[in-house]
Ligand binder design. Structure first.
Ligand SMILES: Nc1nc2c(ncn2[C@@H]2O[C@H](COP(=O)(O)OP(=O)(O)OP(=O)(O)O)[C@@H](O)[C@H]2O)c(=O)[nH]1
Ligand SMILES: [Mg+2]
Ligand SMILES: [Zn+2]
Length: 370
């Protein structure tokens, strides 16, 4: 192998999965392009149109500066060993964004999957997922699966509601291959994260979009598998027509961790109202303030009020935790309900860092989801 051409080759790729200290990187360039690019490389590759995958380590320099590498990262790969399919990540390009759960960088959109039936479509739960998805700032594609289970009339009714909510759902059926092709066009050349409650057909859909992937379908991914590292494991899958897709384990109640002030903008209906009028107060929470532009008889206003209560409770909880002199302690009970009780004064009471408490809180939420 001629060292010179190897060195002059700047290989860019995307991290598809992280396994212990190894990173599975898909190169931008296809095998065929690679061979054509440099005839002097004694690369023993079979010509194929698929981009090569290299199992990479992270350069010591990156470790020293504390540069993490995550799924979705765009990376510069050096010293490719084509025969052994190995390489080393020399640099990480700046991230456009970063999701925490699942931990993926550079995501373009969220594909929110719900079922029209089995499990029944619950407006409040759907609202919660929509708000959570909106709070990432990413585009939200809403898909309603199992349309084979309802009549056209029922479908139209659901559609009317969702249009009022500010969404245009795609009604799909994995079973009957309805609108799957249209959906795959929207996924082309993008990094998409699939989300939605358990049992709606997320894995079935991904299996339909990516032949030969064989994700587990219909298993109770909730109780048993979740929490084990197998399902926490994040991986991006290559779509046949370009683009990457990540499955997430279904969970039925995402925690909303936005502040009370920002909540309204995660409702398209409220955004519309705020685009044409203003509230009298700039810090209006749109509850009972005079001259509010958002309060009104829109369908999801009650959802807004409920999520607002939650966001307010959450915020005061965080404030309590930040203030060691506080005399009130918050007990978190399942399903995100909070109860306030007087904190027991104790000299031995050890103030935990806010970070530890947040982590514990997240664990609690996770447990309540399971
Ligand atoms: N009627 C009907 N059933 C479907 C359709 N797609 C999937 N299912 C069924 O729905 C059930 C759940 O499908 P999964 O793909 O495992 O659902 P999931 O969203 O991945 O569930 P979790 O992994 O628990 O989050 C399975 O029994 C599927 O066969 C569809 O288009 N129509
Ligand atoms: Mg699944
Ligand atoms: Zn207002």
């Amino acid at each position: 192998m001629t060292e010179v051409s190897q060195d002059s080759l700047r290989l860019l790729g995307t991290v598809l999965a992280v396994q212990a200290n190894f990173y599975r990187v898909q190169l931008d360039i296809t095998d065929t392009e690679l061979i054509n690019l440099s005839a002097s490389l004694s690369v023993s590759l079979t010509k194929s149109a698929t981009p090569p995958l290299l199992l990479c380590t992270r350069r010591t320099r990156l470790k020293k500066i504390g540069q993490q590498v995550m799924v979705g990262d765009r990376v510069l790969v050096e010293e490719p060993d084509w025969a052994g399919q190995r390489g080393a990540i020399a640099d990480v390009l700046p991230r456009k964004n970063q999701l925490d759960r699942p931990a993926i960088a550079n995501v373009n959109q969220i594909l929110l999957v719900f079922a029209v039936a089995d499990p029944p479509l619950e407006p409040y739960q759907l609202s919660r997922f929509l708000v959570k998805a909106e709070s990432t700032g990413l585009d939200v594609v809403l898909c309603l699966n199992k349309s084979d289970l309802i009549s056209t009339q029922q479908q139209n009714q659901i559609n009317e509601h969702l249009i009022k909510w500010g969404y245009q759902p795609s009604f799909i059926s994995v079973y009957k291959s309805i609108n799957i092709d249209k959906l795959s066009i929207r996924l082309k050349d993008k990094i998409t994260v699939v989300a939605g409650p358990s049992g709606v057909g997320k894995s079935s859909l991904i299996n339909a979009l990516i032949p030969n992937i064989n994700l587990r379908v219909g298993e109770i991914s909730g109780k048993l598998a979740r929490g084990r590292h197998t399902t926490r494991h994040v991986e991006l899958f290559d779509l046949p027509n370009g683009g990457l897709l990540a499955d997430t384990p279904g969970f039925n109640q995402p925690d909303l961790n936005c502040s009370p002030e920002e909540l309204a903008v995660y409702f398209p209906e409220a955004r519309q109202r705020l685009a044409v009028a203003r509230c009298r107060f700039s810090d209006c929470l749109h509850r009972d303030e005079p001259d509010c532009a958002v309060r009104g008889d829109w369908e999801r206003y009650q959802h807004y009020l409920e999520f607002l209560e939650e966001a307010i409770a959450r915020q005061s909880q965080l404030n309590q935790q930040a203030d060691p002199e506080s005399t009130v302690k918050v007990k978190t009970k399942g399903k995100g309900k909070q109860k306030y009780e007087p904190k027991l004064e104790s000299k031995k009471y050890r103030q935990k860092s806010r970070r530890t408490q947040l982590q514990e809180l997240q664990e609690l939420y996770r447990e309540s989801e399971e």
